[in-house]
Design a protein around this ligand. Structure first.
Ligand SMILES: Nc1ncnc2c1ncn2[C@@H]1O[C@H](COP(=O)(O)O)[C@@H](OP(=O)(O)O)[C@H]1O
Ligand SMILES: [Mg+2]
Length: 480
């Protein structure tokens, strides 16, 4: 990793790298801890400065900088931090800073991508079971939304992996699921399935370059991992935002869904990782993907390599790059960068050539309002209706140009439904704001407070401006 820094910068940055200073999550901001952190950090930095000079003589290790876009080898996807597994190479990745004195989060990104890869592997197995048989693994929550074995299992798995990798004291997580309904007596079978699913997945950790538990986790440890995700977020400190299965409806229908993990620091998402198990690396697989998925999944085991399916996208804020790698297939070992390739938003600026995407469910976003809007700006193509944050993924890699969501009045968007996608689209060259043109505010707790009307993500500034103007023109006459 490229690590030019100065101890004065480190002095102000490093405490927030190690602990979460806000919210309800576990905090580690005692002055003793901080001074130890600073001491450790200055030692680390003197070591890393030396390392950098040596490493920069190698062609694949270069600085991350949004000002340094020209060098195509500047990818963290192909950089040294991850060329070996996290188990082998932890020291090199810790708390790095780039040439512009910004933390580069290389180790966090490495662990997050591997954890999301594992989560996708878990989801694929559960989805396979759901499609082939209905076995009570889907539950309704109090708000009537669905939750499955996969939601709780992914949350437990990711929470456990992050805690193991960074120390539970340093990890604070905001996530969608709680343990209440899972802890009830009548949910004993469900809980048992979750514990088994988590252990089956964690047993594969070494294949993904992470360390699993020495012994299978017990029920209480799994419940503890789920309930550790109890942070409320907030404006200061560092926390992870996790949507274990975004688009649960798509998931239970054998359709699109996503695993979304973002790191938020001082109210700003700094890392975004989006696992899209049913979103193929190649666009041409998408058009007949859903029906194809159902047919193929009946014919072949879930780990089949006979078809190209599923990807993980990721980006670091300010990196000026976004990346996509395929899901790990079969029994392979994840060797970084796992054939990652850079992704970019589409260059289309003409609305007549642009595709817009929106939620499948009318109840989640007004289709009639977006249809009117689309007509008024000259969008001619049929909307691409997709479940989950796969819509963000579609914009980031240029499969569509516009994403619009206008929820009913009173619905409050949650940070875990957007944080990862926002970083990835922005670093891939796109724009994401509310309908007033303001950035989404991740600093106010678990909701995107103050959101103006809806969310608009576009491949470029020109399209974005047109949509924003069109919203203003048609809002008053809408019923929203
Ligand atoms: N009434 C509503 N209006 C808008 N969004 C809603 C909603 N009810 C649920 N959602 C959010 O929409 C997400 C699904 O996105 P989409 O509609 O784009 O597929 C859900 O995520 P989960 O499936 O993780 O609960 C949920 O957070
Ligand atoms: Mg969600």
């Amino acid at each position: 990793m490229p690590l030019y820094t100065s101890s004065s910068t480190v002095g102000t940055k490093f405490p927030s790298l190690l602990g979460h200073r806000g919210g309800r999550g576990i905090q580690c901001n005692s002055s003793r801890f901080q001074s130890l952190s600073l001491l450790f950090c200055s030692q680390l930095c003197s070591r890393t400065r030396t390392r950098t000079r040596q490493q920069n003589t190698q062609p694949h290790i270069v600085s991350f900088s949004k000002f340094n876009k020209n060098s195509s080898s500047t990818s963290f996807a192909s950089s040294s931090s991850s060329s070996s597994s996290i188990m082998e190479d932890q020291e090199e990745n810790m708390g790095g800073f780039n040439g512009f004195m910004e933390p580069n989060y290389s180790r966090e990104l490495d662990v997050a991508v591997r954890a999301v890869q594992m989560a996708c592997f878990l989801c694929q197995k559960v989805q396979q079971g759901l499609i082939s048989k209905s076995n009570g693994q889907v539950q309704s929550k109090e708000d009537n939304s669905l939750v499955t074995v996969a939601d709780w299992s992914v949350q437990a798995t990711v929470s456990w992996l992050l805690s193991e990798s960074f120390g539970s004291k340093n990890v604070s997580i905001v996530a969608e699921e709680d343990v209440q309904s899972l802890s009830k007596v009548e949910a004993a079978d469900l809980l048992e399935s979750v514990v088994k699913t988590v252990n089956d997945c964690l047993a594969e950790a070494p294949r993904f370059g992470l360390q699993g538990p020495q012994m299978a986790l017990g029920t209480s440890e799994v419940l503890a991992a789920i309930s550790r995700c109890n942070s409320n977020g907030g404006p200061t400190g560092r926390f992870w935002a996790l949507d274990p299965v975004d688009g649960t409806l798509g998931f239970v229908r054998g359709d699109q869904y996503a695993v979304a993990l973002a790191l938020i620091e001082d109210g700003e998402p700094v890392l975004g990782v989006l696992g899209c198990p049913n979103y193929p690396m190649r666009k041409e697989w998408l058009s007949y993907q859903h029906r194809y998925h159902r047919i193929i999944s009946k014919l072949t085991p879930p780990t089949s390599e006979s078809w190209d399916k599923g990807c993980v996208m990721y980006a670091r804020r300010g990196g000026g790059e976004a990346w996509m790698q395929p899901l790990l297939q079969g029994h392979k070992k994840l060797v970084w960068p796992n054939s990652a390739r850079p992704i970019q938003v589409s260059a289309i600026e003409n609305p007549a050539l642009a595709t817009f995407c929106e939620p499948v469910e009318k109840s989640n976003s007004s289709h009639s309002f977006t249809a009117g809007l689309a007509h008024s700006v000259g969008l001619r193509k049929q909307p691409l209706r997709v479940y989950s944050m796969v819509k963000y993924a579609a914009i980031a890699r240029g499969d569509a140009e516009i994403f619009m969501k206008f929820a009913r009045a009173g619905y409050k968007e949650k940070i875990w439904d957007h944080a990862a996608g926002v970083v990835i689209i922005q670093e891939a060259g796109g724009v994401v704001t509310d309908a007033g043109g303001r950035p989404l505010d991740f600093s106010k707790g678990i909701y995107l407070e103050g959101l103006d009307r809806g969310i608009i993500a576009c491949a470029g500034a020109k399209l974005h401006e047109k949509i924003i103007r069109a919203v203003d023109a048609s809002w008053n006459s809408s019923s929203l």
